[in-house]
Write a protein that binds this ligand. Structure first.
Ligand SMILES: NC(=O)c1ccc[n+]([C@@H]2O[C@H](COP(=O)([O-])OP(=O)(O)OC[C@H]3O[C@@H](n4cnc5c(N)ncnc54)[C@H](OP(=O)(O)O)[C@@H]3O)[C@@H](O)[C@H]2O)c1
Length: 285
């Protein structure tokens, strides 16, 4: 059985391939479908089949997906182009006759106000209308969004945001990847959506307190109006369009849109999710 993972040179894609290998899938049965094959030499060295697959080049997708039984479509990172890009992948998946398409979506993609939800909602609709059996992995926020870049918080003693007292059920990419591998290798229900997040939700003040506790430095959360937060992000060098999306996402956090207590993630991976304290410790190490 061939399992194909798209965007396999990205953070989540690499972890998904590792999770498949950890679950005993032979490397030769895994296809890493990547925009940049030159970045995938390490995967090829492990025996994983590396094929070019650019979401914007349909001709690469039909070749890349040939022979695929199960497909993990990891959402693209080029905001504004994702709907046509994902459409190209779904069309290639239909042509290849895949038996399952697993798509990394966003929490409550069909109902949330989350700024990134419309692309995911549209993609889910495209997949539903393709007639292919599907599973939507509606991933919550990555814990790494909060822990990957702690240096400015430690330097200035502040974590900025517009999340108010909203709780976020973030989980590590590795936990989401393990869930993807479990779905791809399991025989669970199809035509279903999982709402995925970490077991322990936290507020931004709780995040700041954890960072302060573990680093021994003073770190506090400073809540800003969304426009001011976006401005601050632009000041840190972020393009305006991304700054506004990030600030808008924080407003969604403040409204509880990134909180989830379904337990879907912990059930799929059959263990507790990685807690905030561990992610902070890893980041500070
Ligand atoms: N839940 C969250 O908190 C969260 C946060 C950020 C993003 N996301 C979403 O989750 C996805 C995976 O996350 P990640 O951390 O793995 O992101 P990442 O490390 O930035 O990886 C993105 C991947 O998408 C690939 N890609 C971009 N455009 C492509 C195209 N036209 N054709 C084929 N591949 C393309 C990139 O290929 P190259 O290696 O060639 O650049 C890269 O491998 C992101 O793309 C985004 O949709 C979720």
């Amino acid at each position: 059985m061939t399992i194909t993972v798209t965007a396999a040179t990205g953070n989540l894609g690499r972890l998904a391939i590792q999770a498949l290998l950890d679950q005993g899938v032979p490397a030769g049965d895994i296809v890493a479908a990547v925009r940049s094959p030159e970045k995938a030499a390490d995967l090829a060295a492990q025996g994983v089949q590396v094929r070019e697959a650019d979401y914007s080049k349909p001709e690469t997708l039909s070749t890349a997906l040939a022979g695929t039984d199960k497909l993990l479509l990891i959402s693209g990172s080029e905001v504004g182009q994702r709907i046509p890009q994902h459409t190209n992948v779904v069309n290639a998946a239909v042509a290849a006759g895949v038996s399952l398409i697993v798509y990394t979506s966003a929490l409550r993609a069909d109902t949330a106000d989350l700024p990134v939800a419309p692309d995911h909602k549209a993609t889910e609709e495209i997949i539903r209308s393709s007639g292919l059996p599907y599973v939507f992995l509606r991933n919550g926020w990555y814990l790494e969004n909060y822990t990957e870049n702690l240096a400015p918080a430690l330097e200035h003693g502040a974590i900025l945001g517009s999340a108010g007292d909203g709780k976020v059920s973030a989980a590590t990419r590795a936990d989401y990847a393990a869930a993807a591998a479990a779905v791809l290798t399991g025989d669970g229900p199809t035509n279903t959506a999982y709402e995925l997040g970490g077991d322990q939700a936290f507020t931004m003040s709780e995040l700041a307190a954890e960072v302060a506790k573990q680093s021994g430095k003073e770190v506090a959360y400073r809540d800003l109006p969304a426009a001011d937060y976006a401005q601050a992000l632009v000041g840190f060098g972020l393009p305006e369009v991304y700054a506004e999306v990030l600030a808008g996402c924080d407003v969604s956090v403040s409204k509880g849109e990134l909180f989830v207590d379904t337990g879907d993630l912990t059930r799929l991976i059959a263990r507790p999710t990685t807690p905030l304290s561990t992610a902070v410790a890893t980041a500070l190490a």
